[in-house]
Design a protein around this ligand. Structure first.
Ligand code: AMP
Ligand code: MG
Length: 352
């Protein structure tokens, strides 16, 4: 299959391109498109045959459910059973935006889309191209991140092409995404709202809007490889976001972290190995490794969230044997960034 890429201007979206994309969706095919979080791999979410193609293209395990993307709040009602007051408040405050809600599903939503679960995940993305595509297609669009399963999520159309070339007919290229990490997932199907995946919308922001306590899935809070307790978002149990080379996180005072990584770099060089480092604008000049990439500035966690996946992917094009990274815990996005980075590192974190 030939994979076409159409570049779109967000300010002035080419209607013909959206029509073409919507036709592919109606023909049960896959279209990758930009959202404000990461690029999505879209298909008709109410058609089991169409969503099966998502699993095949990504190599995604079939028990890992998909998020349905809508462009109008009216599309939500037929997909779910009841909508609790807390969910309504959150939707009013954060949609369109980087928040996915989980509710009990209606019979309209096929089990193939929800990985066999009786709940469904729904989001209204805050991106003009995504909204135009969903509206034109006339159905909720199931769209996981448009990466091959296990790889870092795509924040550029080029990343999608790397993973999906020959597997899908069309990529809508809207340039670099805005946020760079996936949506916050919040489950409203239980007794208490619970965050299953941290993101740009934090627990504190949700609590402020909902007016009740929001829990965090204990499996997510632990930030380590799970024995026993499985995370409630099935996708969170898989190895994910990982670059090809082994990644190790190093935390401690900045001075200690830099000395430790430089010492490890020297040892690696003695064994003819090449080393990569993930630092910040402020620290990259201080490392002796072969390839040193900045993930952003330590004064803005937004820049770090924005570059995280592009930096992880960049290392796949560099011939390094081992990658060391500083940790980036501060700011509103710190928790979400560390959630992704810990998974990318297979939970290898050294305190120095
Ligand atoms: P992705 O779109 O690739 O970022 O993955 C979607 C995430 O949403 C995965 O981690 C899924 O496990 C999670 N998810 C989707 N639907 C549900 C659901 N009904 N219950 C719990 N988690 C869900
Ligand atoms: Mg994903």
């Amino acid at each position: 299959m030939n994979t076409e890429i159409i570049k779109l201007d967000q300010q002035k979206i080419d209607k013909k391109a959206i029509e073409k994309a919507a036709q592919w969706i109606q023909k049960k095919e896959l279209v990758a498109f930009p959202t404000e979080t990461v690029y999505g791999l879209g298909a008709n979410g109410l058609d089991p045959e169409a969503s099966a193609k998502i699993y095949a293209a990504k190599g995604r395990p079939s028990d890992n459910p998909l998020i349905l993307h809508i462009s109008d709040i009216k599309q939500l009602v037929p997909l779910v059973q009841e909508i609790p007051e807390a969910a309504k408040k959150a939707m009013r405050a954060f949609w369109p935006g980087p928040m996915t809600i989980i509710l009990n599903k209606s019979d309209l939503v096929p089990l193939e889309t929800t990985g066999g679960l009786s709940t469904v995940a729904v989001r209204m993305p805050d991106h003009p191209i995504a909204l135009a595509l969903i509206a034109k297609s006339g159905c909720p669009i199931a769209a996981p991140s448009a990466n091959a399963s296990g790889r870092p999520s795509p924040t550029l159309a080029e990343h999608v092409y790397e993973d999906m070339e020959g597997k899908i007919p069309l990529i809508l290229d809207g340039g670099m995404v805005g946020i760079g990490i996936e949506s916050t997932i919040i489950d409203f199907s239980g007794d208490m709202p619970m965050i299953l995946r941290p993101g740009f919308i934090t627990k504190e922001k949700l609590e402020e809007v909902i007016g009740e306590t929001v829990a965090i899935d204990p499996a997510v809070l632990k930030m380590k490889r799970m024995e026993g307790a499985a995370p409630k978002a099935p996708g969170m149990k898989y190895r994910h976001y990982a670059p090809k080379a082994k990644l190790v996180l190093v935390s401690g005072s900045e001075h200690n972290v830099i000395s430790y990584i430089n010492k490890k770099t020297k040892e690696a060089h003695d064994n003819d190995k090449k080393v990569g480092v993930i630092g910040t604008d402020e620290t990259i000049a201080l490392f002796d490794a072969d390839v040193v990439l900045s993930i952003g500035t330590s004064s803005s966690d937004r820049t770090i969230a924005h570059s995280l996946y592009a930096v992880l992917r960049q290392f796949d094009h560099e011939d390094v044997d081992l990658i060391y990274s500083q940790v980036f815990e501060s700011g509103q996005n710190g928790f979400a960034i560390m959630n992704r980075l810990m998974k990318a590192a297979g939970y290898e974190r050294i305190e120095v």
